[in-house]
Design a protein around this ligand. Structure first.
Ligand SMILES: [Zn+2]
Length: 434
């Protein structure tokens, strides 16, 4: 399969390191001069741009957090004057103000290139048609995928999220071959298709690029078997760029290649902030190397994963990050036990009789945390036999306890009673007051 930008994507590691250092030094020099936040934080750490002499010196730089971005709302982190900014996006803040990010024309061109590389890594070519069900708007998913697909030469159907029945009709009539969206919305799409009597086998998809929320290997198996396509994981966040920071190759589907000519990646221990060696699990941290309008230095993503430096059969030399297992701020602590929603999802997906739609409800009763796992029963296994349903609830609850050490009450609910997402799924409802 062709690699979109072979010289950069297969660059020997030594050469790549030299390129990274040159780009890192230029970035540090630029933001030291143009962003008061960075100049102040570097000065506090006793660092000037001249101190960055090797890639190891990156570790001397202070971290940047979402809170820093919020404190500089909306434009104070921008490193160029407003007349050079051609696009603004904002991340959906669940609490407080959103995070605002900007792009110059060069930034947009880079982003389009990295998304074109991503589509190519998923096996797409200019002969493909993209059904883009990522939301268009302030969210970076829709527009980000759109520009990259056009750059690769694909025909883009900018359908966005929602209006699901119409999407199925478009799939039948326009014959798209590549699908984009959040995994939870894609599952909803497949459910609506089933209701309409449409089998994905009769549609024309060969691959799908899914992301913007963590999803498990079991969810991948489910999507691949229901939609009859190869499901590829994509990663990105607006603070770092948007989708296309890293992507799985369709050859291996095992870890996402980080586009290291544009981003440096580290894994840190979120408690001690120490950089961890490859293979160890911790928080993912990114530094941008080419961004003009909104450079980020050691940005703490809160996403939990590990890095895999092993060579890949696809020929790309860029390091792979494993599929994020969750976000450190999504982590639930139930009576002192740490558990990620994705870990519960894994157990649920191993149970044949239930559907992949679930919600975790956390409450505090008499000062004790309780976790209720609401999960829909499969249409086919739905019965009025209360006894067998109760037995199934107990079995799933035991499995969760056995695998992850957390006590959960499992509640089977009727098919299609958990609200479907049009974008990112709401997996956790935490009613505890802190
Ligand atoms: Zn690969």
């Amino acid at each position: 399969m062709p690699i979109y930008n072979k010289p950069f994507e297969t660059m020997p590691r030594k050469e790549l390191g030299a390129l990274q250092l040159k780009r890192l030094q230029a970035t540090i020099e630029r933001i030291y001069a143009s962003v008061p936040f960075y100049r102040t934080s570097f000065t506090k750490a006793g660092i000037t741009p001249q101190d960055i002499k090797s890639l190891a010196d990156l570790q001397r730089l202070p971290f940047t957090t979402k809170l820093d971005l919020r404190d500089n709302y909306p434009y104070d982190m921008f490193a160029v004057p407003m007349e050079d900014v051609v696009r603004i996006h904002a991340s959906s803040g669940t609490t407080g103000k959103p995070t605002v990010v900007g792009y110059t024309q060069n930034d947009i061109n880079t982003w389009a290139e990295l998304m074109a590389r991503s589509f190519s890594a998923a096996g797409a070519t200019r002969f493909d048609i993209l059904h883009n069900a990522f939301g268009y708007g302030l969210f970076t998913g829709g527009v980000g995928a759109h520009y990259g697909a056009e750059k690769l030469g694909m025909a883009v159907i900018p359908v966005s999220g929602g209006n699901t029945k119409r999407q199925i009709t478009i799939m039948q009539d326009f014959k798209p071959t590549i699908l984009c969206g959040t995994p939870s919305y894609i599952l909803h799409l497949s459910e609506v298709a089933e209701e309409m009597g449409v089998d994905f086998k009769d549609l024309h998809f060969k691959a799908g690029i899914f992301g913007a929320e963590p999803w498990t290997e079991n969810m991948r198996t489910e999507i691949e078997s229901k939609l009859h396509l190869k499901a590829i994981d994509i990663y990105g966040l607006s603070e770092v760029m948007g989708p296309g920071v890293s992507i799985e190759c369709h050859e291996e589907q095992k870890g996402l290649h980080v586009f290291e000519d544009h981003f440096m990646v580290e894994i840190i221990d979120p408690e001690t902030l120490e950089v961890l060696p490859p293979g160890e699990t911790g928080e993912l941290v990114f530094t941008s190397l080419t961004k003009e309008a909104f450079p980020v230095i050691r940005y703490r993503t809160k996403d939990i994963t590990s890095l895999n430096p092993a060579p890949c059969s696809c020929g790309r030399t860029h390091i792979r990050m494993n599929k994020p297992s969750g976000r450190s701020d999504d982590m639930l602590i139930i009576r002192g036990v740490n558990v990620f929603p994705s870990q519960i999802e894994s157990v649920l997906m191993e149970t044949r009789e239930i559907s992949p739609h679930y919600q975790l409800v956390v409450d505090r009763k008499n000062n004790l945390d309780t976790l209720t796992v609401k999960v829909e029963i499969d249409e086919k296994s739905f019965s009025d036999d209360i006894k067998s349903l109760q037995a199934m609830e107990t079995r799933i609850s035991n499995n969760i306890k056995e695998h992850h050490g957390v006590s959960a009450r499992v509640m089977l609910v009727e098919p299609k009673t958990i609200e479907r997402s049009q974008g990112k799924a709401v997996r956790v409802i935490d009613n505890r007051k802190f």
